[in-house]
Design a protein around this ligand. Structure first.
Ligand code: SF4
Length: 178
């Protein structure tokens, strides 16, 4: 197990005093830098910053940052939720570390595609089969790593094969862990 002990800190972000939302940090005793390329290879939409030994990731509406000795997350409803969220992230790091022999580490810094770049490669029918009211809404969520390519059923149609190939090149979709 990579992380065995950590200290939890829950606080209201200084830029938003009195806010109803919380941020949380896990202060870790062990250096987790070595797991970051494995997380980069497996977390959809993660951005690795090798120079800073950091990896940022959006999960739902939360901004998550992994650093050498710290894991931080934002936008949490309450203290109990913060504890649960941090525990989930610690488990994710430990699971990824245990599976590292099966994962090809990735040290590149992926650029997140813009919603417009994604939108141009969608079928643009606004058919709503994905549950979104428009293709652009879908593109916004895909850019935030909240939707996957496979959530648009039309992309499997032959007429959109070229768009699908291009989309697969720009959207980073590893196994959706977490
Ligand atoms: S299912 Fe695909 S084509 Fe239909 S609205 Fe959603 S993104 Fe657009």
């Amino acid at each position: 197990m990579l992380i065995e002990k950590y200290e939890l800190e829950v606080f209201t972000p200084p830029c938003d005093p009195g806010a109803e939302r919380y941020a949380a940090k896990a202060h870790i005793e062990t250096d987790i830098s070595e797991v970051l390329p494995y997380l980069n290879a497996t977390l959809r939409g993660a951005i690795y910053h090798p120079g800073a030994n950091a990896l940022t990731w959006k999960k739902g509406g939360r901004n998550i940052a992994f650093h050498s000795y710290e894991i931080a997350t934002s936008n949490i409803e309450d203290r109990e939720g913060a504890e649960k969220e941090i525990k989930g992230l610690i488990d994710l790091v430990n699971r990824t570390w245990e599976r590292r022999a099966e994962i090809e580490p990735d040290t590149t810094t992926h650029q997140r595609p813009t919603p417009m770049a994604i939108y141009k490669l969608l079928p643009n029918t606004n058919c709503k089969q994905c549950g979104e009211s428009t293709c652009y809404s879908f593109a916004l969520k895909m850019a935030a790593a909240q939707r996957k390519i496979t959530d648009c059923p039309l992309l499997t149609e032959q007429q959109y094969a070229e768009k699908l190939t291009e989309l697969e090149k720009i959207v980073i979709e590893g196994p959706a862990i977490g």
